[in-house]
Structures are given as structure tokens and as C-alpha cells.
Design a protein around this ligand. Structure first.
Ligand SMILES: C[S@@+](CC[C@H](N)C(=O)[O-])C[C@H]1O[C@@H](n2cnc3c(N)ncnc32)[C@H](O)[C@@H]1O
Length: 379
């Protein structure tokens, strides 16, 4: 630490009180003596600028932070481009897994903590069984504070499941003596209609997991059957060299195409009853155009310094890698007044691996999903 004048001298004196046997700074001892330590140095809280506050156990918070409620130390971790985390089944996972494309509420809570502030409004226009809504409620107890969340979901069954999950979770929490999860505002209907009721600039974070490109269902069923018949082996315990069949024909592999931790279930497109008109073949271009149009409308609702954060898994299909995340990012950017700020990777280390392609061709075993982060453009 450089001695930067009067104040710096104080800091030096304070640091010297906590030297180890070799004369180096002893952070452990300093922590034990409950003095604030940031990046290996004792913080002299008198020296903090007017806009800085020391938060016990969390580091220095800068009041000018418009993005979230994180301290500098927490921010450093939160800007990592890979989230390498499996989320064990929780929050009535058995009920939520009927959906098949649900996201872990704790992962949603982490993203909400990174991209919004306490009391902010979060919108999920494709809410499913409520991963985002539950995440917003979790933030009150496991994050930086409660957010209000609004969800749109057009399948009534998923709305009902969210409501049951919330009720049962709170019964369990009451029994455990934990404080209840706040209820959130889940609305049943088509997001293209429901968005009309959301005032412009009233949403601080749009966090969603888009419905997948809805391929020809007949083709999909055929391919799934072929994949099953190919006797794909998985690297399960004791099965390392398990059955490996002719695996040249697995035609669709997505990041969420197998059972694993919360969120590792089959993609929504494979399990959801979709309205009749949308079960027909849909070209990728149609899917992208539909999403881009919706996001253009959603962006009106997002405040100028808000964010739009979108889960999207890439896919392997018919011997080729479908870079859906890149395609979707470009489609949204070209239709809506937003700019891509980041592509975070959610890597789930607990996901089962499968022997795809062996020994004929390289087929990726998808253990990641993309999380696109957009910022509204300046007007
Ligand atoms: C990938 S899932 C989202 C899962 C969610 N993240 C969760 O944790 O449960 C996408 C959801 O969007 C819904 N959906 C698709 N098109 C919609 C529309 N136009 N309006 C409202 N919901 C729609 C689907 O029914 C599906 O539940």
C-alpha cells in the first residue's frame, strides 16, 4: 500500500498492528479482531469517500451503484462471465419439474441480485412455473433484498403450479421456522397482450427464458425415438464404459435435453402443450422474427438504465451446431433498441454426460446455457 499522505499514514499504522511473524500483513488476525478488511488490507472507514459505505462482512458499497446493491468485492465475482454452479432440486422441484423447462429459482435470484436493486420491478414474460418470480422472493432472504416480480404465462397449468409451489413452499418454511416467501404477480395470458398493461419504463429487469424454436413436432418425435433406440450410454457411476451403440443419428441435443439438477430437464418445447397453430413446423427464421418483435415491444417497458437478461441454450441438430444464442442476440438487437452487453455462460457441472457421436463424429455434450444480457440504447 502506498503512503499517500496523512490519511495513508493512519492506514499504515493500522495495518502494522496486524503483522504476522514475518512482518507481512495478517489478514486472518485482522478479520478475527473484526476490523474491516478489503482485498487484504484493513479499511479505515474514516477514509471512505462520502459516497462509500462499509458493509459488515461484504465490503465497500458505492452509493453511485445504479446497477445493483453489490459491494465492489461482490461485483468482482458477479461480473464473471461463467456461472459454474449446479443447483440441487429445491423449492418443490418435483412439482415444478412437470414443466420440463423450469429454471432454478436460486440461479434466477443470483441474476436478479446482479442486475437490479432492492425494491425494483422484475418482469418475466415467459414465466413458466415461476423460476424468476420465486427468485425475486428469495432475494429478500438470501440476496440483497426483495424485488417485485410480474410473470406472464399462457398455459394455465403452469400458473396453477406456480401458485401451488408458492403455497407449499411457505407451509414448509413455516414448519422450519423460516420467514415466508413474498407472493408475486403471476398473470395468465399471452405476453403479447399482457405487456400492454405494463407502463413504459416501469420495469428494471426483464429476466426470462424464451420458448424454444418450435420445430416440426413429428420430426422431433421421430428423432427422439431414434436417439433412444441408439442405446446411448451415459457416464453414470459404474457405467463408465456402458452401452455405446450406433450414435451417428442423434439429431437434437440441447443444453437442457437430459435430466440433471434443477433446470437440467428437457426443453420446454418437448413437453409443453402448445396451442394448435404453433405445433406446426416453424422455421428458425419465423421463430427469431417472432421473438424479435416481442422483445421490441418488451423493451418499451424497461427503464433506460434497466437490463434484459435472456436464457437461451444452443442446440445440436442434424449434424450441425445451431448457434441459437448468437442468432437470437442478433435478431433482438436488430429489432429492438438494445445492445448486447454480455453473454454469460451457465455451466452446470452436475449434469450427466452422454456418449454422443462416439466413435464417428464429434457431437458436443451440452452442459451449458447462454444468458444474454442487453442494455436499452440511449434514446
Ligand atoms: C422456457 S419456458 C420458461 C420456464 C421458466 N423459466 C420456469 O422457471 O418455469 C417458456 C414459457 O413460455 C410460455 N410461453 C410461450 N409463449 C408464450 C406467450 N406468447 N405468452 C406467454 N407465455 C408464453 C410457455 O408456455 C413456457 O412455459
Amino acid at each position: 500500500m502506498a503512503d499517500d499522505g496523512d490519511g495513508g499514514g493512519d492506514r499504515h499504522r493500522q495495518s502494522r498492528l496486524f503483522t504476522d511473524d514475518d512482518g507481512g500483513f495478517d489478514a486472518e488476525r485482522a478479520k478475527a479482531e473484526s476490523l474491516p478488511v478489503e482485498d487484504g488490507e484493513v479499511i479505515d472507514t474514516d477514509e471512505l469517500a462520502d459516497h462509500q459505505r462499509y458493509l459488515e462482512g461484504r465490503g465497500i458499497y458505492d452509493e453511485r451503484n445504479r446497477v445493483n446493491d453489490l459491494t465492489g468485492k461482490e461485483w468482482k465475482y458477479a461480473t464473471k462471465s461463467v456461472i459454474a454452479e449446479g443447483y440441487p432440486p429445491a423449492l418443490q422441484h418435483d412439482l415444478r419439474s412437470e414443466h420440463g423447462g423450469q429454471k432454478p429459482p436460486r440461479l434466477c435470484a443470483e441474476l436478479i441480485d446482479r442486475f437490479s436493486k432492492t425494491g425494483d420491478t422484475v418482469l418475466d414474460p415467459f414465466a413458466g412455473v415461476g423460476g424468476t418470480l420465486l427468485g425475486a422472493s428469495l432475494c429478500e432472504h438470501e440476496g440483497t433484498g426483495l424485488r417485485e416480480a410480474i410473470g406472464f404465462e399462457r398455459t394455465r397449468r403452469w400458473v396453477e403450479i406456480y401458485e401451488t409451489v408458492h403455497k407449499r413452499e411457505n407451509e414448509d418454511r413455516r414448519e422450519r421456522g423460516d420467514p415466508p416467501l413474498a407472493d408475486q404477480d403471476m398473470r395468465h395470458g399471452d405476453c403479447a397482450d399482457l405487456i400492454e398493461d405494463v407502463p413504459d419504463d416501469s420495469v428494471d429487469l426483464l429476466l426470462t427464458d424464451v420458448p424454444y424454436w418450435n420445430m416440426d413436432e413429428l420430426e422431433q418425435t421421430r428423432n427422439e425415438r431414434a436417439t433412444r433406440e441408439s442405446k446411448l450410454g451415459s457416464f453414470d457411476a459404474g457405467e463408465e464404459n456402458g452401452p455405446v451403440g450406433n450414435v451417428e443419428d442423434e439429431s437434437e441435443i440441447g443444453a437442457d435435453s437430459d435430466a440433471g439438477s434443477d433446470g437440467g430437464e428437457p426443453s420446454a418445447a418437448k413437453t409443453e402443450p402448445e396451442p394448435e397453430s404453433e405445433t406446426e413446423t416453424q422455421s428458425k427464421a419465423d421463430w427469431l422474427e417472432g421473438m424479435a418483435t416481442k422483445f421490441d415491444r418488451f423493451t418499451d417497458a424497461v427503464a433506460p438504465d434497466g437490463h434484459l437478461v435472456v436464457f437461451i441454450g444452443d442446440m445440436y441438430r442434424e449434424q450441425s451446431y445451431e448457434f441459437l444464442s448468437a442468432d437470437l442476440a442478433r435478431a433482438i438487437e436488430s429489432a429492438a433498441p438494445v445492445t448486447l452487453a454480455a453473454n454469460l455462460i451457465w455451466y452446470d457441472p452436475t449434469k450427466d454426460l452422454h456418449v454422443y457421436g462416439y466413435p464417428f463424429s464429434f457431437v458436443p455434450s451440452m452442459v451449458h446455457q447462454n444468458v444474454l444480457v442487453f442494455r436499452p440504447d440511449d434514446e
